[in-house]
Design a protein around this ligand. Structure first.
Ligand SMILES: [Zn+2]
Ligand SMILES: [Zn+2]
Length: 268
C-alpha cells in the first residue's frame, strides 16, 4: 500500500498545503496469469480546498478509481466540484464515472457548493453512494470499513486493508481518523493498524470544547489503546504548533509519531 499526503492542512488550506486529501494506492495480487500485469487501484480519502490542483502532481485523474469522504464539511469535500468539471469537460474527452462514498447526501452537497440547479445529478461523472458505520466496501484489492466518528455532523473513521507493497502475500492496515474526538469508533478503526493517520486539530490547554476534534495528547492515547504501529498526525490548522502537538502525542504513545506534510509518501 502507498499513501501520499496530497493535503493535510486542518479546517482550511494552509501556507504549504491544501486541506485534507490523501491518496491511497494498492496493487492487486498477481493472479494465475502471469502475463497479466497487476493493476494498481487509487482511492482518494477526502478532497479539501486546494487538493484538486495538488493531486495533478501525483495522479492522472483518469486513473482515479474512487473518492471516499470521511464527512461532508467543506474542508474535506469542497474540491469535488473541481473534479466534476475536470471529468466532464476534459478537452480530450470526458473521463469515466467513479463511485463517491459519503455519509450524508453527496449529490446535494456538491450541488450546494457549485450552486448548480436541482436537476443536476452529476451522473456522468460520479456515482454517489451513501455509507454508514458498519458498511464495508471492496474496491479492487482494498477493503474499506467505516466506523462512527465523534464529530459535529455524521462522520466516519476509515480503515483500509490491502496487500503490502513489501510483501504482497501479507495484508496491511491503514486507518484515517477523519475528523473526530476520542470515541469507540476511532479506536476500533485503528486497532492493530500498521499506519494510523489521526487528526490533532486541537491544542492541549487552548481548545477545551469536546465532541469535535482530538488534541495531540488524545491522538496518542487512541493510538496507544488501539495498538497502532505508527502514528501520523494531521489536520493541524495554520495557527497550531506541530512540535507541541507531536510532543503531546509522544506522552501517550511509545511508537513513532510524525506530523505529516504535503508531498510525503508512505509505502508499506
Ligand atoms: Zn476538518
Ligand atoms: Zn469536520
Amino acid at each position: 500500500m502507498k499513501v501520499t499526503i496530497i493535503g493535510c492542512s486542518g479546517s482550511m488550506s494552509g501556507k504549504r498545503s491544501a486541506a485534507s486529501a490523501y491518496l491511497v494506492q494498492a496493487k492487486e495480487r498477481a493472479g494465475g496469469n502471469r502475463s497479466h500485469e497487476a493493476r494498481t487501484w487509487s482511492v482518494l480519502l477526502d478532497f479539501g480546498p486546494g487538493a484538486m490542483g495538488q493531486l495533478l502532481n501525483y495522479l492522472d485523474p483518469a486513473l482515479l478509481d474512487s473518492i471516499v469522504a470521511s464527512h461532508l464539511h467543506a474542508d474535506h469535500f469542497a474540491d469535488i466540484v473541481g473534479m466534476q468539471v475536470y471529468r466532464r469537460w476534459y478537452p480530450e474527452g470526458a473521463l469515466p464515472k467513479i463511485p463517491v462514498y459519503t455519509p450524508g447526501d453527496g449529490v446535494a452537497r456538491t450541488r450546494g457548493i457549485s450552486d448548480d440547479p436541482i436537476d443536476e445529478t452529476y451522473e456522468t461523472e460520479f456515482d454517489f453512494v451513501q455509507v454508514k458505520p458498519g458498511d464495508v466496501v471492496q474496491l479492487g484489492p482494498m477493503k474499506i470499513e467505516f466506523f462512527r466518528a465523534n464529530h459535529t455532523i455524521p462522520a466516519h473513521c476509515i480503515r483500509l486493508t490491502a496487500p503490502s507493497d513489501e510483501d504482497p502475500d501479507r495484508d496491511v492496515v491503514f486507518t484515517y481518523s477523519g475528523d473526530t474526538d476520542t470515541c469507540e469508533g476511532v479506536i476500533d478503526a485503528a486497532t492493530g493498524a500498521d499506519l494510523f493517520l489521526c487528526e490533532a486539530a486541537f491544542e492541549e490547554g487552548r481548545d477545551s470544547v469536546r465532541g469535535v476534534h482530538m488534541t495531540g495528547l488524545r491522538s496518542g492515547e487512541v493510538a496507544n489503546q488501539a495498538g497502532a504501529q505508527k502514528l501520523l498526525l494531521t489536520h493541524l490548522q495554520p495557527w497550531t504548533d506541530p512540535i507541541k502537538t507531536q510532543t503531546d502525542a509522544q506522552k501517550k504513545f511509545d511508537g513513532e509519531v510524525h506530523v505529516v506534510q504535503a508531498g510525503e509518501e508512505y509505502v508499506f
